[in-house]
Design a protein around this ligand. Sequence first.
Ligand code: THU
Length: 133
Amino acid sequence: MDYMKQLYDLAEHSRNMAYAPYSGFKVGAAVKSRSGKLYAGCNVENISYPCGTCAEAGAIAAMVAGGDTVLAEILIIADTADILPCGNCLQKIAEFGTPDTLVHSADLKGNIKTYKLADLLPHNFNAKEVKHA
Ligand code: THU
């Protein structure tokens, strides 16, 4: 199976697990790290709304817990034509990605649009003063 199908299937499976009783909007995400390993996440909402987390955040947390810190590609899937990461998640993707990191936006019919991170977030917070030593 080619890796795009794997990424899609993983994100779709994760979306089915989403906990979104408040918005009713389920989102899945799957990440491919530079090492080639795949990780998935879904949105997890909370009755205290700001405590909820996005699918991308879950997938990135799984990637880091899996020992990978270089994000090559991420696929996001929802029941909408053009799901794109929120601003907060773009910053999270930027932490582990590069301007060339691919962001795939998928719907439930199998349509996929691909962007580069640099197109979605041309500038981001990256002050060298706060970089670790
Ligand atoms: N959400 C994501 O998980 N990822 C996105 O890229 C956009 C929004 C979630 C957050 C919330 O649980 C629901 O979708 C509606 O905003």
